[in-house]
Design a protein. Structure first.
Length: 415
């Protein structure tokens, strides 16, 4: 394994050698063929050079698509290939970061130092998605006709076959039943196989990821479930009552805030119909808050568990000044930032596609822009982290904190 790592493939070596008979060419290409040979001869590693370490020549030889070399390709096509390659590299880094963060949360005890590391990994992943999103502007320098000049070469290949994007979705916790159909008989897994149905490197990658558990969503859920609420943890005898009391007090405080907001809004309503509509809207907010916190949408057997997880989210967001909750709150905010970056990536991709090719059918056979817009709307994993923000209330209205010492709070601190 070690000896062959980083060695150029036979095909790349043949390209550097040039000529059908493999006779060495004169000039700079010949010189370029030597670094890895020289490094090997010297025992490797001793006098590392930039182009060897970064594999510059190997990378620069990879933008030809299905041709032998990129010499005959338009600048648009080389850009198209290069941007996809760069984005796949960012995806590779995102997968590494997400797997690392997931592993940190998969422990029964998550130390504070681990939380700081997790936040770093989460924010880095969000930034990676922002970088990928930034590349779509580059794509838009290509006109529709420029793209059509090489589009047929791709068909039926498509970004839909990006195994790494699927890995990211799976690692985050996107469920199979949430996925949209591509628009023909093939599901997302079938699209990753070769046309004859046999396995491909892409399908193997994704199948392996499907068996890699827990997902980040599950690991975070477990961690949240163990959060002390008003000083109580799940294994304590009265935990259920403590959590219920906290939720009821919280809902009462929220109802008070909603009543105030309703008064303010209806006072400014231009007519009776508007006033009624506003009252109904605020009433519904209150009903939704209770339904969410009592986890009425979950299976009856799972309700208590989900209710506790949601109570933990509320607790962390509400009392985030407490030393023990400061890092958990950063984790939650980081995850929202990450999912926001992912959604913006999907939306920005859809707008770029609409600008470059309009609303035609995608090379992968989907409804194109319509399909992409739907994924941006429906592919959310951390819905509860977003939902809880609708419920937050002013600090002064919060139920009093019980057992502050559990959270490292010393009297007189944090005011
Ligand atoms: C002119 C440039 C591009 C066009 C016209 C385009 C078009 C499309 C279309 C129509 C789809 C839907 C699936 C299909 O039927 O093919 C798609 C999916 C996809 N594209 Fe692009 N794309 C472009 C550039 C890019 C770039 C630069 C990336 C880099 C990350 C990318 C990544 C993806 C991914 C990951 C999917 C799958 C989305 C999903 O299933 O959720 N595309 N693309």
């Amino acid at each position: 394994m070690q000896a062959s790592r980083g060695a150029p493939s036979k095909r790349t070596r043949a390209r550097f050698r040039g000529g059908v008979c493999g006779r060495p060419r004169a000039g700079p290409l010949r010189a370029a063929a030597r670094p890895w040979q020289r490094a090997r001869a010297m025992g490797g590693g001793k006098s590392t050079v930039y182009w060897d370490y970064i594999k510059i020549e190997e990378i620069l030889a990879l933008q030809a698509g299905i041709a032998e070399s990129d010499a005959g390709l338009s600048n648009d096509e080389v850009m198209f290939i290069t941007v996809h390659q760069i984005d796949e590299l960012w995806f590779k880094l995102a997968i590494r970061e997400l797997a690392h963060v997931r592993d940190l949360f998969a422990h029964e005890k998550v130390r504070e130092q681990s939380l700081a590391n997790a936040v770093r990994g989460i924010r880095r992943t969000a930034l990676l998605f922002e970088m990928v999103t930034g590349h779509f502007a580059l794509m838009e320098t290509m006109t529709t006709r420029d793209y059509l000049g090489f589009r047929d070469k791709l068909s039926p290949a498509s970004g839909f076959q990006s195994a790494q994007l699927r890995e990211i979705e799976i690692l985050l916790g996107l469920k199979i039943e949430q996925r949209l159909p591509l628009g023909h008989d093939h599901d997302y897994l079938r699209a990753l196989r070769y046309p004859d149905g046999s396995e491909s490197p892409a399908s193997r990658r994704v199948e392996a990821r499907l068996h890699d558990s827990p997902t980040l969503h599950e690991a975070i859920g477990e961690w949240l479930y163990r959060t002390p609420i008003q000083g109580s943890t799940p294994e304590q005898r009265c935990d259920e009552e403590v959590v219920e009391r906290f939720l009821e007090r919280y809902l009462t405080a929220q109802a008070g805030e909603l009543a105030e907001a309703t008064k303010l809004a209806t006072a400014a309503a231009p007519g009776e119909a508007d006033r009624q509509r506003l009252e109904q809207r605020y009433r519904q907010e209150q009903i939704n808050a209770r339904a969410f916190l009592m986890a009425e949408d979950a299976e009856p057997a799972q309700r208590r568990r989900w209710s506790r997880i949601r109570a933990a989210l509320l607790f962390i967001e509400s009392y985030r000044e407490l030393p023990l909750l400061a890092w958990p709150r950063e984790v939650l905010d980081g995850i929202v930032e990450l999912e926001q970056a992912f959604v913006i990536f999907r939306q920005r991709h859809a707008r770029m596609v609409e600008r470059v090719v309009g609303r035609r059918t995608g090379t992968g056979g989907s409804a194109g822009v319509d399909y992409l817009d739907q994924t941006a709307l429906r592919y959310r994993v951390f819905r509860d982290l977003w939902a809880v923000r609708t419920l937050l209330i002013q600090r002064s209205a919060l139920p009093p904190l019980e057992r502050p010492e559990v959270y490292g709070f010393v009297a007189g601190e944090g005011e």
